[in-house]
Design a protein. Structure first.
Length: 284
């Protein structure tokens, strides 16, 4: 029924009818389904299909949380940490709620509480061993941010013995779940020699691997790696990215045309690319 309400709200498969969507949502609330209560709490918080109401949103979050919906408990924790929904910020309440969600095996809570222990948040002092323990629990459940954080621990040797292969393993697990930032970071470290031994070949291999999976950011970085030794290849990569609408590559391609890197000097093309890049940046 939530899907049907959403279809009415956005006009997908049926004629758009926000009033009908609202009626369905309100009816679902009466069923006391915790997922519905959580969803409708978010609707009331932002005013989606219903009149915006912080108090109503909080009521629904609390109703879902009282039935041990761990996602609702995490939502409340974030509210008290940020001061959303007109509540007074309260770190202690945030931490207590996250601890409850962790007890209910919520992997997101494990990561968020882990970050609190990693950095410290009054009244909790920084405790990196506790943070690592929470990240390990989250990682075992496949929580991507915990996988990346655990990879960072092994890469830097914080709390655990430094192990670059183990770090890469955690980054790769996160990548299989749609989070590539750990691997991108590792590739950059190999390129610069930060925290790991300088290894440009390894850096290129990782960028190429991710680029082959459609990651345009990595394809751009791959092009940058080729600028010195294979300028024609670099320019070709930038041209393909610009053609595919990845406008940030225009800045790199403009430099190629400006200085004749991999392509003949063409200042008009360079100026046009820079102009398009700047316009796109301003619009976005």
């Amino acid at each position: 029924m939530i899907d049907l309400a959403e279809y009415y709200r956005i006009g997908k498969y049926v004629e758009k009818n926000t009033k009908k969507a609202s009626e369905i949502y309100i009816g679902l609330i009466k069923q006391n389904n915790t997922e519905v209560l959580l969803y409708m709490g978010k609707c009331f918080e932002v005013g989606r299909t219903v009149r915006q109401s912080d108090s109503r949103a909080l009521q629904l979050y609390y109703e879902a949380a009282s039935r041990n919906n761990s996602a609702a408990i995490v939502e409340l924790a974030n509210i008290y940490r940020s001061g959303r929904c007109s509540v007074v910020k309260n770190n202690r309440k945030c931490i207590v709620l996250l601890e409850k969600a962790v007890h209910l095996n919520n992997s997101t809570a494990m990561y968020e509480l882990g970050m609190i222990y990693f950095r410290g948040l009054d009244p909790v002092e920084a405790d990196q061993k506790m943070a690592c323990s929470l990240f390990e629990r989250g990682a075992k459940m496949g929580e991507v941010e915990s996988l990346v954080a655990l990879g960072d621990f092994y890469l830097t040797g914080i709390v655990v013995d430094k192990n670059i292969l183990a770090a890469e393993g955690f980054y790769r697990k996160a990548n299989t779940r749609g989070c590539s930032k750990g691997l991108i970071q590792l590739a950059e470290y190999y390129r610069t020699g930060y925290l790991v031994e300088l290894n440009e070949r390894k850096s290129i291999e990782i960028y190429q691997e991710l680029a082959n999976c459609g990651n345009k950011e990595c394809l751009l970085k791959l092009g940058a790696c080729y600028l010195e030794d294979s300028p024609e290849k670099a320019a070709e990569i930038f041209q393909n990215l610009v053609h595919d609408g990845y406008h940030i590559a225009g800045k790199y391609l403009a430099k190629c045309y400006q200085f004749g890197i991999g392509v003949p000097v063409d200042l008009k093309k360079a100026d046009a690319l820079l102009f398009n890049y700047r316009i796109t940046t301003l619009v976005n």
